[in-house]
Design a protein around this ligand. Sequence first.
Ligand code: SF4
Length: 173
Amino acid sequence: MLLSHYRMEFVRPPNPSAQHLRCFAYLDEDISAALPFLNTVVKGFRFSRQPPSLTLKLPGKLVTLTAREIAINMVQDQVEAENLLRWLKDKINEAWAKREAIEPTFEAAAAPRVLDILKLLPQTNCRACGQPTCMVFAVSLSQGEQSLDACGALDQEKQEKLRGYLKDFQIQA
Ligand code: SF4
């Protein structure tokens, strides 16, 4: 087993109305050598070489793994963070244990194009989604930080097209 223990810390964002927490897990072991193998077995990660890091965009969350730290930008509570960290720990250890049979990947996964997303949005900048413009909403979608349901002005056909497009990049919206 590569990763055995970590210490969790929660930080409330400076915005007093924020309902979520940021979570940091400080790792007892250095996992940098496992990151290219994890990049192969879990789809949707983006890998950076210097320093070695992986980022994973989940709906409403950004998870970043570096040598000695895992950071999650938004969690509702401790239980959600514990579940996510347990899953990541299992994946890291599994990828490391099977590394002889896994081709490491040092490339970043392709990312969706913001303009391709924007073209399918209503482009009225009505703000009903909570974002100041459709462009900002498109950026949030491209980063897996927002659900398509937040745009009530989007018709069914375009919603399905966008879901399909984002799914090609392992983004569930
Ligand atoms: S709700 Fe839809 S149309 Fe309105 S600003 Fe947001 S993305 Fe644009």
